[in-house]
Design a protein around this ligand. Structure first.
Ligand SMILES: N[C@@H](CCC(=O)N[C@@H](CS)C(=O)NCC(=O)O)C(=O)O
Length: 239
């Protein structure tokens, strides 16, 4: 491929764009994080309009790959996974990997809703009371339900190597890393208390962080620091 991939995602956030960045970084392929450059916001908005292919996206992230313009995180990852050896080869394996990614997306949406339970368009400060109630439930019920599921998937995977699918790294492993990382940032006390219940997920988190391309990325300025405009936010009052 001659033209680098172009990733369109809000500047200043890891957000959902981070799941795509991790796949691109692990694959070691060149890409431009368009919104972080000059004129980037205008380009991001144009990407949402659908470009020449006339496939408008509802929201970023969007990936341009040559003539293709692809929206929806799981859809982008399915594409990159197949192209760069980050997904199984069989149809069954690809569907399964996509299913897990979609479940990760469900949890990401719920993590977002802990600080924006009423409306994405309203300020956190205007929905603090509801955010408290939502976070309490998320910490007590939803984190354990989702993480029990993912830990169980890893336990039941017959493949060797401590991955979620088969015996090789897939984009789902990168996404589970990001999910755990974000949860540990947002809810450190809860995650520390629950850590003994999720040995496989934590081992995967450590293993992904040590992969050469990922370690280099995490130490670079390309990795945006966690912050309170992001999906995973740390508000002490919500824990
Ligand atoms: N299901 C989509 C969700 C995309 C999404 O919600 N993007 C956020 C940023 S992380 C956004 O810009 N949303 C604008 C909106 O919902 O109005 C995906 O996984 O890519």
């Amino acid at each position: 491929m001659t033209t680098p991939y172009q990733l369109y995602y809000w500047d200043g956030l890891q957000g959902r764009g981070e799941f795509v960045r991790l796949a691109l970084e692990e694959a070691g392929v060149p890409y431009v994080d368009v919104a972080r450059g000059k004129g980037g916001m205008a380009a991001l908005k144009a990407s949402l309009d659908g470009g020449k292919v006339d496939h408008p996206s509802f929201a970023p992230p969007v990936l341009r790959a040559g003539e293709l313009l692809i929206g929806q995180t799981a859809n982008i990852l399915q594409f990159l996974g197949a192209r760069h050896g980050l997904a199984p080869r069989s149809q069954e394996g690809r569907l399964w990997t996509n299913q897990l990614q979609l479940t990760i997306a469900d949890m990401v949406a719920e993590a977002h809703d802990t600080h924006h339970p009423i409306s994405t368009n309203a300020y956190y400060e205007d929905q603090k009371k509801e955010a408290k109630a939502r976070s309490k439930d998320f910490r007590a019920q939803r984190i354990p339900k989702f993480l029990d599921y993912f830990e169980g998937i890893m336990e039941r995977n017959p493949g060797r190597g401590g991955y979620a699918v088969g015996s090789r790294l897939s984009y789902v492993d990168l996404s589970l890393f990001q999910l755990l990382d974000g949860l540990m940032y947002a809810f450190p006390k809860t995650m520390a208390k629950l850590a003994p219940s999720y040995p496989r997920l934590h081992a995967l988190h450590a293993k992904v962080a040590q992969r050469p391309n990922i370690a280099a990325y995490l130490n670079s300025t390309r990795r945006i620091a966690n912050n309170e405009t992001d999906i995973f936010r740390h508000y002490p009052e919500l824990e």
